[in-house]
Ligand binder design. Structure first.
Ligand code: NAD
Length: 376
């Protein structure tokens, strides 16, 4: 099996689909791995490190793609600035694995299908115990949760921890995390490690225990924990009446916070608007909001995707690159996830063989046999 790792070409992307460590393990297991020259530089992995790990370094993009049984990408393949068409360069029958953003990428999925490529969208790997080691969303959410708090802390003109100094006592900062999924829980843990007093809210009361085990207070909004999540464990959309009830509860918690982190998402839907302009007006000047949901429309009414805006004395950050932060660890984690998926989809002879009767592959294979098998 020939696994090919091209360089990523999305703007500001510093990650690469495999770090040298996992390449070494795959090569030791009998795979052949080819890495496009300079592919790892953004994450500070040199061609020499990949060579030492047993990879072939390939400078010619056409040669690289043409030789692939498996293409390991982070972002959806496409047409590069120099006109090189990554999808057209893949051989029919190749398996392309990546964060393909299947919800917004119907034309690219059609092209992959027409090319005869089997495409695997890692976002669609089910969130089950068996599929845990293939869960790229959780890996990148963990990174986002950490990076978002660090960025928010940097924007805030205050310490996080309580300090007793010769120049006086400093009260700890108050952090409020809305949405306690994987990113939110990591944000809570990071803010706690930095010494802040942390509160959290989620539409799914089942997360209360997890929030409390991290040393944060859970802001309860209902006694009933039924019917708030889908069978897959994701949040359901809230009704207008529920949203009003929540808005009233959240208003005073937000007003009391120095840093508000919002991570509330409902898969495939616009992000719920949890913070109104009025709530921002109620915050102390100098406070900060980091809106992790900016890409899905934002959890705050004033969020501008990709920018930091200052309104009513509050900084509202809408970063789009949190999951792509920490390119070294991000690439290392992602490579292990790719390797786990390749291993899962391989037969006893070590060749990749996509079995659509497999419950994990059935969910995440989005093109196969010339057809798109995902409703975007
Ligand atoms: P997500 O990114 O889809 O959403 C983030 C959080 O926002 C969720 O906790 C959600 O409940 C919350 N949210 C949605 N609407 C909201 C609203 N109106 N107000 C407040 N909060 C709101 O979530 P995720 O991090 O991908 O996790 C989704 C689920 O998958 C969780 O139950 C998680 O525990 C589970 N999970 C399971 C596994 C596994 O078993 N392998 C791995 C990872 C995650």
């Amino acid at each position: 099996m020939r696994i090919v790792v091209p360089r990523e070409t999305a703007p500001d992307e510093r990650r690469v689909a495999m770090a040298p460590g996992i390449v070494k393990r795959l090569v030791a297991g009998g795979a052949s791995v080819a890495v496009e020259s300079s592919a790892g530089l953004g994450a500070s992995f040199t061609d020499d490190e990949y060579r030492e790990a047993g990879a072939d370094i390939v400078a010619d993009s056409s040669d690289l793609f043409r030789s692939a049984d498996v293409v390991g990408k982070i972002n959806m393949p496409g047409v590069r600035d120099d006109g090189f068409d990554e999808i057209a360069a893949m051989p029919s029958g190749a398996v392309c694995i990546g964060m393909l953003q299947p919800y917004g990428n119907a034309p690219a999925l059609t092209r992959l299908a027409e090319q005869g490529v089997t495409a695997v969208a890692l976002e669609l790997v089910p969130r089950t115990t068996k599929a845990q080691r293939m869960d790229a969303l959780s890996a990148f959410s963990t990174i986002a949760g950490y990076a978002g708090v660090i960025r928010g802390a940097d924007e805030l003109g205050k310490f996080f921890p309580m300090l007793t100094t010769a120049a006086g006592t400093i009260a700890p900062s108050r952090v409020f995390v809305l949405g306690a999924g994987v990113a939110g829980l990591q944000a809570i843990a990071t803010a706690r490690r930095l010494g802040a007093v942390v509160e959290a809210f989620d539409i799914r009361p089942v997360v209360k225990e997890q929030v409390e085990s991290l040393g944060a207070r859970f802001v309860d909004w209902t006694d009933s924990d039924s019917e708030r999540e889908t069978e897959g464990g994701y949040a359901k959309e809230t009704t207008e009446a529920e949203q009003e009830q929540i808005r009233q509860l959240l208003s005073d918690r937000i007003a009391a916070s120095d840093l508000v982190i919002t991570t509330a998402l409902v898969p495939g839907r616009p992000a719920p608007k949890l913070i109104t302009e009025d709530m921002v007006r109620g915050m102390r000047a100098g406070s900060v909001i980091v809106d992790f949901a900016a890409e899905a429309g934002g959890n705050c009414e004033l969020t501008v995707a990709g920018e930091t805006v200052r309104e009513h004395g509050v900084s509202i950050m809408g970063p789009l690159d949190l999951a792509a932060a920490l390119p070294v660890h991000g690439s290392e984690m992602y490579g292990r996830i790719l390797a786990a998926l390749i291993d899962h989809a391989s037969n006893e002879e070590g060749a990749i063989e996509v079995d659509l009767d497999d419950p994990i592959l059935d969910e995440c294979v989005v093109t196969h046999g010339g057809k798109v098998r995902f409703e975007a």
